[in-house]
Design a protein around this ligand. Structure first.
Ligand code: NAD
Length: 302
């Protein structure tokens, strides 16, 4: 029997599915410490991680029997993929499982941003009844600029089109898009034409600090910025200054330069919607991740 270590919390539907195959010994140690993971990883043929556990070079040095690492989720930046490749250990993820959840959060942030929902909630709870202050905008007829038209970008685009938005998308890999109402264009065009910008690309050398003061300066006055992708693609201090000056009217931020974000200059601002990296955190998304992890492991060993 292949031994599978589940090192981070996984939806019970996924664990049950994995066990139901009857060909795996499944061990759940979802609060395993980095030190214990290093000590014990050699006993397993596959390890499942989410974002809590890191599979570092020193962990992999001890992983004599490991054949597969599965990241339940999209980004695999918590895994030393170069060392895994050297050691012939496969690295897989669940690319589609959380796309809808993240896309819905992006749209939620766009709606919250144009209507000032976070600020209006705080004001109303204080008993201020500031009807005049909260004159918002519609999404209808506005232009959404999407950087990164992958799984999440496409799901976001479909939903934006349903709201009557025009969608411009930039992606260096994607050459055609079958979604009506979505136009593939250049990064420069998105920079100047978007009423709302959504970052949906991975954090790489070419996207790190992509949205900085000079990018923001070229944006429309009063545009909104949403990042449900990875912290570090937007320069937070530059965004804060733009929000303070009104150049950017609102930001929706799920991911931060430093996580967990216990303190951050964005926290002092009113025109922001902030969430603690919960893009994929829905019941449906988590169940899908769990079930997809189980089938990835099954398919690999079959
Ligand atoms: P994906 O791989 O399907 O799509 C990413 C797209 O970005 C690809 O099409 C790629 O070509 C494009 N891209 C790469 N470099 C680019 C660049 N320089 N400029 C523009 N586009 C570029 O991935 P996905 O599932 O759509 O996820 C997108 C991002 O969202 C990932 O980086 C992931 O880490 C993040 N994510 C966040 C959460 C969350 O909880 N907030 C959850 C899931 C995924």
């Amino acid at each position: 029997m292949k031994r599978i270590l589940i090192a981070d919390p996984l939806a019970k539907e996924g664990v049950e599915q994995l066990k139901s195959y009857g060909i795996f010994e499944v061990v759940e140690k979802t609060d395993i410490s980095p030190e214990d993971l290093k000590q014990e990883i050699g006993q397993y043929n596959a390890v499942v991680v989410r974002s809590r556990s890191k599979i570092l070079k020193e962990t992999l040095e001890q992983a004599g029997n490991l054949e597969l690492i599965v990241r339940g989720g999209v980004g695999t930046d918590n895994i030393d993929k170069a060392t895994a490749k050297e050691k012939n250990i496969a690295v897989k993820n669940t690319p589609l499982a959380s796309s809808i959840s993240v896309a819905e959060l992006v749209i939620g942030m766009a709606l919250a941003g144009v209507r000032g929902l976070a600020d209006a909630t705080a004001s109303t709870k204080k008993g201020l009844w500031e009807k005049k202050r909260f004159k918002g905008l519609e999404l209808y007829g506005k232009t959404l600029g999407i950087i990164g038209l992958g799984n999440i970008g496409k799901e976001t685009a479909k939903r934006a089109v349903a709201f009557g938005m025009k969608v411009l998308a930039y992606d260096p890999i994607v050459t055609s898009c079958a979604i009506d109402g979505v136009t593939l264009t250049t990064l420069e065009k998105i920079n100047t034409d978007a009423d709302i910008l959504s970052v949906n690309c991975p954090k790489t050398d070419s996207t790190c600090n992509l949205i900085d003061a000079s990018f923001i300066a070229k944006m429309k006055d009063g545009a909104g910025i949403i990042n449900c992708s990875r912290g570090g693609i937007i320069v937070e201090n530059d965004l804060v200054k733009a929000l303070q000056s009104g150049k950017i009217s609102f930001a929706g931020i799920d991911v931060y330069e430093k996580e967990p974000a216990k303190e951050n200059p964005l926290f002092a601002l009113e025109n922001v919607v902030l969430t603690p990296h919960i893009g994929a955190q829905t019941k449906e998304g988590q169940t899908r991740v769990g079930v997809e992890v189980a089938s990835v492991i099954h398919d690999f060993f079959q």
